[in-house]
Design a protein around this ligand. Structure first.
Ligand code: GRG
Length: 285
């Protein structure tokens, strides 16, 4: 559903400069797990809503995520050649176009949050809250701020608290935003909103621990990368700070904690969300 909807949005943008449209399409439709949009839809389903109506919001978070990946891969950041099993955006379209494709995806995402809110006839305060949270989670106080502190932490010894503060903003905030969108769309009461938020925070942390473990164990080779090729020796990671075994234990504990947050809450059918948590625990890329 998400892939098709993203394809349709890009189809409609037929008046764009063709290189811009192609570079946006290239990364947006390259695949990926679609974790964040699926979380939007699964949260809506868990609250008894209609996931199809949440599709514009789901697509918006995937656009924000894709922009962050394009920019993260740039030579001035992680300088990666491959993403989602394909050459990175700047390798195909050049650095300037990659920066602009990312900028365009981020901006379109906020347009989509607004038009999605109109389409769903959301009350103004709910729509504005979603947009405000989206800016907070993806901007200076969220993902961008986390990325800055991540870059500043390179070649420096950091502790587990600082590592978690970076990942909370860089990785978890967009995951939390995805779940909270679903809760806002269904007008979840505060108890449910809080439970879902705690679930997403722990899920985001677990996701990052698993990401760090996979970088070391080389399971990313599913994407055509050699074992350990994602390992950045100048960066702090969970396995570097805690060791592999302790990281695996923490991953399991954090995932279990995430699942506990949403189990047995009246008014919530958490099956899909629990399934996603289990899937992330066993994922190999
Ligand atoms: C450049 C503003 C800016 C932010 C970059 C998200 C991020 C911050 C960088 C991405 C680099 C990275 C490997 C982060 C760790 C976790 C993460 C977000 C992994 C990629 O997400 P997946 O695994 O990717 O959900 P797919 O391709 O499956 O969508």
């Amino acid at each position: 559903m998400v892939h098709q909807a993203l394809d349709e949005y890009m189809e409609k943008m037929d008046s764009l400069p063709s290189v811009l449209r192609e570079s946006m399409r290239y990364s947006l439709l390259a695949g990926g797990k679609r974790l964040r949009p699926v979380l939007v839809l699964a949260t809506v389903e868990s609250l008894g809503g209609n996931p199809a109506k949440a599709l514009p919001f789901a697509c918006a978070v995937e656009m924000i995520h894709t922009y962050s990946l394009i920019h993260d891969d740039l030579p001035s950041m992680d300088n990666d050649d491959y993403r989602r099993g394909k050459l990175t955006n700047h390798k195909v379209f050049g650095e300037a176009q990659a920066i602009l494709a990312g900028d365009a995806l981020l901006t379109e995402a906020f347009g989509l949050l607004a038009s999605g809110a109109k389409e769903a006839a959301l009350p103004g305060d709910v729509a504005l809250t979603i947009i405000e949270e989206g800016a907070r989670c993806s901007g200076a106080r969220g993902m961008v701020g986390g990325q800055v502190d991540d870059l500043l932490s390179e070649n420096r010894q950091i502790g587990i608290d600082e590592l978690e503060s970076i990942h909370k903003r860089k990785t978890s905030d967009l995951i939390v935003f995805s779940v909270r969108i679903g809760a806002y769309l269904c007008r979840a009461r505060p108890l449910l909103m809080d439970a879902l938020t705690c679930f997403a925070q722990q899920l985001g942390l677990a996701f990052q621990i698993q990401d760090d473990i996979l970088d070391v164990t080389g399971s990313q080779k599913v994407l055509g990368k050699p074992a350990g090729s994602d390992l950045k020796l100048n960066k702090a990671t969970y396995p570097a700070l805690l060791g592999l075994e302790e990281s695996r234990r923490k991953l399991k504990e954090t995932t279990d904690d995430a699942k506990k947050q949403i189990a047995n809450i009246p008014g919530l059918s958490p099956e899909k969300l629990l399934e996603i948590a289990d899937y992330l625990l066993s994922r190999d890329h």
